[in-house]
Write a protein that binds this ligand. Structure first.
Ligand code: BEZ
Ligand code: FE
Length: 287
């Protein structure tokens, strides 16, 4: 056994994958080792730094319990989740862009009627509506549109035992012309969880933890690719510096004030409200 040098160790490790019969696994492991070694070489990683890195990853794993998934948060804050999404959803120009699902999506939201109000806590009333269409502009009827957002305290219902059941989340079905509508509150910006190693990493590197105000959408229709996306509020102070890199300019929308009393009456809202009109373009599944 020869003594390894910084020049020979990479080749020695790569050699150990020579018998791997799973071509994709071999490709991934080979690239991973090459890039890990190149990283350690580039920064001349010290033994102490390497141990601190291992401690950080251990703490990240230990923080993963239930809906709290610190590794997803790490991937999100390092831009890896957005990169993987971009690699896999290189969409045709006309279709709606994707965004992060986030760790606070919970299955089992109630199906609500067209126009229902999902806000069970206070906020500035808002109406969000539009149509689901395909790439040719034809209506997509009968799709399931799941939406969720934080309350004004910056927490999702699943994070906050004080919020009423089903607060600010619901499922809607698109109508015969692809139409959908729901009443809610204008979203607020909020911090991602900072009480773990990812929060320490943000603090140590001089980064803020804020996400700009947004409403999440998960849209499923038979024959179409599932669309995971979000609408971000124009003018939000964090819209240019999302802590998890989920904002795309095409997903930024205006909340237009509507002070027409007849409109408020039509939508059973107590007074002036904000209105967002936004269509979503789905991509047909390719077989
Ligand atoms: C969210 O939007 O819910 C979210 C996304 C990524 C990390 C943390 C929160
Ligand atoms: Fe979110």
């Amino acid at each position: 056994m020869s003594r390894e040098t910084t020049h020979s160790i990479t080749a020695t490790v790569l050699d150990t994958f020579s018998e791997c019969t799973d071509a994709r696994l071999k490709q991934i492991m080979t690239a991973l080792v090459k890039h890990l070694h190149a990283f350690a070489t580039e920064v001349e990683l010290t033994g102490d730094e390497w141990r601190r890195g291992i401690e950080f990853l251990t703490a990240t794993g230990n923080k993963c319990v239930g809906i709290r998934q610190e590794f997803i948060l790490l991937s999100d804050t390092l831009g890896l989740s957005t990169l993987v999404d971009a690699i896999n959803h290189g969409r045709p120009d006309e279709s709606t862009e994707t965004s992060l699902l986030g760790p606070f999506y919970r299955e089992g939201a109630k199906e609500e009627d067209f126009g229902a109000n999902i806000a069970r806590t206070d906020g500035e009333p808002a109406l969000i509506r539009g149509r689901l269409v395909d790439e040719e502009g034809k209506a997509v009827a009968g799709a399931l549109i799941e939406v969720w957002e934080t309350a004004n305290n910056g927490m999702y219902e699943g994070q906050d035992p004080d919020q009423p059941e089903s607060n600010l989340r619901g499922k809607f079905r698109s109508g015969p012309n692809g139409e959908y509508a729901f009443r809610t509150i204008k979203p607020t910006s909020y911090p991602i969880p900072t009480d773990g190693p990812v929060g320490q990493m943000l603090l140590a590197t001089g980064r803020h933890p804020m996400r700009p105000a947004h409403v999440h959408f998960l849209i499923e229709a038979p024959g179409y690719e599932t669309l995971t996306t979000a609408l971000f509020s124009a003018g939000d102070p964090y819209v240019q510096s999302d802590a998890v890199f989920g904002v795309k300019p095409s997903l930024v929308v205006d909340y237009v004030p509507n002070d027409n009393a007849a409109s408020a009456k039509e939508w059973d809202l107590p007074g002036p409200f904000f209105e967002v009109e936004r269509d979503f373009v789905l991509v047909r599944q390719r077989s």
